[in-house]
Design a protein around this ligand. Sequence first.
Ligand SMILES: [Zn+2]
Ligand SMILES: [Zn+2]
Length: 215
Amino acid sequence: MSRILRFLEEEKKCPHCEQKMSCCEAPPIHIGDGLGWGAEVLFICLNDNCSVFLNGWKTIEKRYGHHASYRYMELPESKEKNYMMVGNADAFKASVINKEELLAQNERHQRQKEMKAALQTCVADQNIEPVLFLLLDEGAGKESRGKAADCIVPLNNLDCIDPLRNHNFKDPALQQKVNSSLAQLLKKNFKKECPHCMEIIKAQAVKCKHCREDV
Ligand SMILES: [Zn+2]
Ligand SMILES: [Zn+2]
């Protein structure tokens, strides 16, 4: 990931049209000779008005007798000129790497890593943040979310109830685990949820102090 981010810092201009080249995910197979590119990303001139692309159709038609053209291409950290055959104008346009998206993804990944580390000591630290962060992040990974759910009862903090109740868990097993942990947490604190308004009330209450309904 950090290598790709470094490549994205690199700015390359097509020597044929002077336009900024796009950073694309490398296809797994070298179309020409069946070898890998040896790089995760490729810089490609995707300018449809680039002379390489405009003139390529005629050249290939003449030389090989089929309908294709070329795109100018360079590997990261290399000045070597490459020309890649493309069958249509859209080839590679779907694999352009969006820098902002990748940076956001990277940031989220870093935050997940921090939270997973903080989870190890969250009970001792009385820190509910990693538990909530991991449980509320559907992309955080089954194992660490399961561990986070295990911390609900030992953490003994009723503040986690509302956010967890309001979250829709895609994993039914995790949802069940969270529900049973919350039930234990309430019981441990001599509390219950009002079945009418869902506010937390005393376990022995007969009337909800929030909605005045009988419980
Ligand atoms: Zn160009
Ligand atoms: Zn109520």
